[in-house]
Design a protein around this ligand. Structure first.
Ligand SMILES: [Mn+2]
Length: 451
């Protein structure tokens, strides 16, 4: 899928190491929970109420952590320490839909594979439920209660440990995540071209999907594509069918999936690159790269977030939007009106990956700093973690009205706000791998490669 011919071959040894890591983690998780078997259903289809239409299938992240299989509902992974893991592979006889291809790829040699034609056929192949940690959604239960009934129990000690360990990406996972970056960058390049050609938000969205080769069912999250003032809506997903006139600015927050791994990239563009808004974009871009360089082992992500507030307020001060010092803007809460979200989040199998608040692999939560309710990552960075760095500056009347109500109207030059409001806002987002040394930005090289 959109990768060099040698790509799959290169993955063979990486996957073997990844699987060895997954087994070691499972051994410890099972010991902690007092279980003999790890059982992971891939998940089921879900149906719309009073209708025969199914929602897009979403694989259980615990399942795709083991296997690059994202379109295989009603299947199961079974791992028993010391034994070869088993995949119960659901391949129905079905002429209405395309059924999953026969098992193939770099993973098959590591598993005993059992094909089933009906979901309930898994029952005879699964280990005893009472001795198993079964991780999944309730709908994955097999057999009608009160008869033979095999249901996820989701034991906390097992889940806590496995989710915590998923923070530390294996080289196999990093390889897949780099490819997810390359795919998304194709879309970002096509989207920028569509913007320059005067297309609508919907047209830009279609250009993105076509270039990536993914649509709403495949993408890791709904594309955010906002022109002009729409760039100020943090999760804008309306996709207007007509382009505004004049075109002023374009914010795109869009990713791609690769074998279940997500990318999440944001860029902002000015239509006229000679204007002051472009200069503000450039300032945020330079600041964002410095923030990315701050992703180093031992650094508290909370501190990166708070520092970002100061940096961004420095930019607003330089552009004459605030009249007070950055420190004063942060202390009075004015900064939160312009930068009202977190600096970023963990990313991997899920775009907002698990364990961003985890205090340990046995549970506990590291709370957000007071006054920062939307931060999604509060941990100290360690090698192997991948986080997004996505500072933003927006001109949002709802929040700026609060600044006035809270008695800080004189902290802001409202004529400057009026000048920037028609452009909406700026967000720039990359993924960064924490290493033992310098930060490894996964996103920028993909843009450089694409030219
Ligand atoms: Mn993000």
């Amino acid at each position: 899928m959109n990768a060099p011919a040698s790509f799959d071959t290169d993955l063979v040894p990486l996957y073997a190491d990844h699987l060895a890591t997954m087994k070691r983690r499972a051994d410890e998780a099972l010991a902690r929970g007092g279980f003999d078997h790890l059982v992971v259903p891939s998940g089921t289809q879900h149906w719309q109420v009073f209708d025969d239409r199914d929602y897009p299938y979403a694989v259980n992240p615990q399942f795709k952590a083991w296997l690059p299989l994202t379109r295989l509902p009603y299947s199961w992974l079974v791992y028993t320490p010391g034994e070869r893991p088993k995949v119960i592979f659901y391949q129905p006889f079905d002429y209405w839909h395309v059924v999953p291809d026969a098992p193939s790829g770099w993973w098959v040699d590591h598993f005993n594979i059992h094909i089933i034609r009906k979901p309930d056929e898994a029952l005879a192949l699964l280990p005893p439920a009472a001795r198993s940690a079964i991780l999944g959604e309730p709908q994955s239960a097999l057999g009608a209660a009160p008869g033979p009934h095999y249901a996820p129990n989701n034991p906390e000690p097992v889940i806590q440990y496995l989710e915590y360990q998923r923070s530390y990406k294996t080289p196999y996972e990093i390889t897949l995540m780099r490819q997810a970056q390359r795919l998304a960058v194709r879309g970002h390049r096509a989207a920028e071209a569509a913007f320059r050609a005067g297309q609508s938000e919907f047209g830009i969205h279609m250009a993105y999907c076509t270039a990536v080769g993914q649509d709403a069912n495949d993408l890791p999250y709904g594309n955010i594509i906002g022109l002009n003032e729409h760039a100020a809506v943090l999760h804008y997903t309306e996709l207007q069918r007509v382009a505004p006139d004049p075109l002023r600015s374009f914010l795109i927050d869009a990713g791609a999936s690769f074998h279940g791994y997500a990318s999440d990239i944001t860029r902002t563009y000015a239509y006229d690159t000679g204007i002051e808004f472009q200069a503000m974009i450039d300032a945020v871009d330079a600041a964002q790269q410095a923030m990315c360089a701050g992703v180093r082992s031992g650094v508290d992500y909370k501190h990166l977030h708070v520092d970002a507030h100061l940096t961004l307020m420095g930019i607003l001060k330089d552009f004459g939007v605030i009249t007070v010092s950055p420190e004063a803007a942060v202390a009075t809460g004015v900064s939160a009106a312009f930068f009202p979200h977190g600096l970023g989040h963990p990313i991997g199998l899920q775009v907002h990956d698990v364990a961003g608040f985890a205090a340990s692999d046995r549970g506990g939560r590291i709370e957000r700093p007071a006054g920062h309710p939307y931060l999604r990552m509060t941990r100290v960075l360690e090698p192997g973690m991948v986080v997004t760095i996505e500072p933003g500056l927006y001109f949002i009347d709802l929040l700026l009205d609060e600044v006035k109500k809270n008695g800080h109207a004189r902290s802001v030059d409202w004529a400057r706000v009026d000048a920037f409001r028609p452009y909406g806002g700026i967000r720039i987002e990359d993924e960064v791998l924490c290493t033992g040394g310098d930060a490894d930005n996964l996103t920028r090289p993909a843009f450089a490669e694409a030219g």
